[in-house]
Design a protein around this ligand. Structure first.
Ligand code: F6P
Length: 553
C-alpha cells in the first residue's frame, strides 16, 4: 500500500499549505464574494457549509487528488460490493446493505444478503407492532409499558441516541430504557421504576459474550423470575438480538425470540440492523424504515456523486486538512438541538473506535496523526462550558455545528435565539477579534491607557478556528438517518486516507483480558499476582480492605 508521504499529491498539498501561510479565513472571505456558494452543498436533506475553514479552491482540488490517489473510490466500491475490507477480522463491511431500500442485490461469498436482511426487517415489523398494539403481553397477560434494552457500545449507543433524537415520535405509554454499564446502579435505577409484569427486556449483543451485557441480563432475569415467581415468565419478557444463536440459547432465550444479524455488521454500525429493535418498538416500524431510507439516500449520494460534490468526501477531506496541516487534535460535535444530546457520545465510539489506530492496513506503524479526540455537548450548554478553550485556548479544535431550521417544540423566540447563537459562534470562531479591535473597544468603554494595556490581550481572539455548519429542516427520522450515514461515510473516507482499518477494534481487548484475573483477586478466588506492578497490587489491596470494612491500618 502506498504510504501517505509516498504520494506526489501529498507533497503538493504540503507545499500548498506553506503558500497559505499568513492568509486568514477572513481574508479569503474578503477576497471572494462566491465563497459561501462554492464551499457549500446540499444532499439528502442536509446543507453543509464548509466555507469557514482555512482553505481555498486549490486546497480542495489538491485534497481530491490526494483522495483519488489514496484509493477512496476503489475502497468505496469494495465496501459497497461486499468485499472483505475488514482484513484483520476477515469480514465484509455491509451496514449499507441493512438500509439498501432499493433492494439491489449485494453479495457476500456469492450469496445475496438482501433476502435475509428483508426477512429480519419483516420480523422486526411483526414483533414491534405486536408490542405496540398490546397483542404481545407479559406473563400475566398485561400489555408492555416499558422496554429495557440491555447492551453496550454499538449495542447501546446507536439505539439510545436515535430513540432520544426521535422523542417526538415516541408514545408516553411505551417507555424506552437503556442499561449498559456493569455498575449495578444503572440496572437498579431502571428496575426501581418499572413493573415486572409489563416490562420487556431486549438483550442486545453481537457476540453475546460481553461481560457487562451478560451480567446485566442475568441480574434482570433473576429480578423478573423473583418478582413473578415463575421461571416460565422469561419467555414473555426476554428477547435477544445477536449473531450468536448458541449463546442466546445457553442464556435461556428461545431462538424464536431472537433477532439475527451478521458478522458483516460492525457493532458501531449496527443500529440499522436488528440492534435497532428498541427504535422500532419506540417509534414504530414505519419511522424506523424512514430512518433507513434517509441513510440510503445518503449512501446513494456517497456512492454516485462526483467526488468534488460529494458531502461525506468533502467533510472527510476538510477534517483531514485540519488535522494533518492545521494541527487540529480535537473535534467538537455541537448539535444545537436538544434531541441530539446523545450524538457526541455515539460519534465518540463511531469515530474513535474506528480510526483511533496507529497501524496501517499493511501492519506498519503510522507516522502521521489519525483520529482526533471527539467530544461535544448540545448548544448552547457547551458555550457556557468549554467554548472558551475553542475560542482562545492553545489547542486547535475543529467544530461541527448542527442545527434544525424548525423546532419540534416551538416556544416563543427560543428557536431564533438558538439559531442566532449557532451563526454567531461560527462567525466569532472564524473572524476572531484583532488586537486593534479589542483596543478600540476598550477605549470606547472608557478605559485609560493602563487599563487598555492590562486587558487588551485577554480580549483578543485569534480567529481561524475551523468550523462546518450542517443545517436541516427538522429532525425527522429520514433526516436523522441521512445525518448518521454522513458521519459514517466521513469516518470511512478518513480511514482510507489514513491507511487504517476502520472496522476492527483490537485496542479494547487488552483491558478486558487483564480484568479477568483482577476480578478473581477482588472476589478472593485467586492470590494477587506477585509479578504485578506495585500500583495494581496496591489498589486491589486497598479495595479489598475497604470492601471488607477494614480500617486503613
Ligand atoms: O468495546 C468493544 C465492543 O466490541 C464494541 O465494538 C461493541 O460495540 C461492544 O463491544 C459490544 O459488543 P457486543 O455487541 O458483542 O456485546
Amino acid at each position: 500500500m502506498t504510504g501517505i508521504t509516498d504520494l506526489a499529491a501529498w507533497h503538493e498539498l504540503a507545499a500548498h499549505h506553506a503558500d497559505l501561510e499568513g492568509t486568514s479565513t477572513r481574508d479569503l472571505f474578503d477576497e471572494d464574494p462566491d465563497r459561501f456558494r462554492d464551499f457549500s452543498l446540499e444532499a439528502a436533506g442536509l446543507f453543509l457549509d464548509y466555507s469557514k475553514n482555512r482553505l481555498t479552491r486549490e486546497t480542495v482540488k489538491r485534497l481530491l487528488d490526494f483522495a483519488r490517489d489514496s484509493g477512496v473510490e476503489v475502497m468505496r466500491e469494495r465496501m459497497f460490493t461486499g468485499e472483505r475490507i475488514n482484513t484483520t477480522e476477515d469480514r465484509a463491511v455491509l451496514h449499507v446493505a441493512l438500509r439498501n431500500r432499493a433492494n439491489r442485490p449485494i453479495h457476500v461469498d456469492g450469496e445475496d444478503v438482501m433476502p435475509a436482511v428483508n426477512d429480519v426487517l419483516a420480523r422486526m415489523r411483526r414483533f414491534s407492532e405486536r408490542v405496540r398494539s398490546g397483542d404481545w403481553t407479559g406473563h400475566t397477560g398485561r400489555p408492555i409499558t416499558d422496554v429495557v434494552n440491555i447492551g453496550i457500545g454499538g449495542s447501546d449507543l446507536g439505539p439510545a441516541m436515535v430513540v432520544r433524537a426521535l422523542d417526538p415520535y415516541t408514545r408516553a405509554d411505551l417507555r424506552p430504557h437503556f442499561v449498559s454499564n456493569v455498575d449495578g446502579t444503572h440496572l437498579a435505577e431502571v428496575l426501581r421504576r418499572v413493573d415486572p409484569e409489563t416490562t420487556l427486556f431486549i438483550v442486545a449483543s453481537k457476540t453475546f459474550t460481553t461481560q457487562e451485557t451478560l451480567t446485566n441480563a442475568h441480574s434482570a432475569r433473576a429480578w423478573l423470575v423473583d418478582r413473578l415467581g415463575d421461571e416460565a415468565a422469561v419467555a414473555r419478557h426476554f428477547v435477544a438480538v445477536s449473531t450468536n444463536a448458541e449463546k442466546v440459547r445457553d442464556f435461556g432465550i428461545d431462538t424464536d425470540h431472537m433477532f439475527e444479524f451478521w458478522d458483516w455488521v460492525g457493532g458501531r454500525f449496527s443500529l440499522w440492523s436488528a440492534i435497532g429493535l428498541p427504535i422500532a418498538v419506540a417509534v414504530g416500524m414505519d419511522n424506523f424504515e424512514a430512518l433507513l431510507a434517509g441513510a440510503h439516500e445518503m449512501d446513494e449520494h456517497f456512492r454516485t456523486a462526483d467526488m468534488g460534490a460529494n458531502m461525506p468526501v468533502l467533510l472527510a477531506l476538510v477534517g483531514f486538512w485540519n488535522i494533518m496541516f492545521e494541527g487540529a487534535g480535537a473535534h467538537a460535535v455541537l448539535p444545537y438541538d436538544q434531541m441530539l444530546e446523545r450524538l457526541p457520545a455515539y460519534l465518540q465510539q463511531a469515530e474513535m473506535e474506528s480510526n483511533g489506530k496507529r497501524t496501517t492496513r499493511d501492519g506498519t506503524l503510522v507516522t502521521w496523526p489519525t483520529a482526533p479526540v471527539l467530544f461535544g455537548e448540545p448548544g448552547t450548554n457547551g458555550q457556557h462550558a468549554f467554548y472558551q478553550l475553542i475560542h482562545q485556548g492553545t489547542r486547535l479544535v475543529a467544530c461541527d455545528f448542527l442545527a434544525p431550521a424548525q423546532s419540534h417544540n416551538p416556544l416563543g423566540d427560543h428557536h431564533e435565539k438558538l439559531l442566532a447563537n449557532v451563526i454567531a459562534q461560527t462567525k466569532a470562531l472564524m473572524r476572531g477579534r484583532s488586537e486593534s479591535q479589542a483596543r478600540a473597544e476598550l477605549e470606547g468603554e472608557g478605559h485609560d491607557a493602563a487599563g487598555v494595556a492590562r486587558l487588551v490581550q485577554h480580549k483578543t481572539f485569534p480567529g481561524d478556528r475551523p468550523t462546518n455548519t450542517i443545517l436541516f429542516r427538522k429532525l425527522d427520522p429520514h433526516t436523522l438517518g441521512a445525518l448518521i450515514a454522513l458521519y459514517e461515510h466521513r469516518i470511512f473516507v478518513q480511514g482510507v486516507l489514513w491507511r487504517v482499518n476502520s472496522f476492527d477494534q483490537w485496542g479494547v481487548e487488552l483491558g478486558k483480558q487483564l480484568a479477568r484475573p483482577i476480578l478473581g483477586e477482588l472476589k478472593g478466588d485467586r492470590e494477587p499476582d506477585p509479578d504485578d506492578d506495585a500500583s495494581t497490587r496496591g489498589l486491589v489491596a486497598v479495595l479489598k480492605r475497604w470492601r471488607e470494612g477494614g480500617d486503613d491500618g
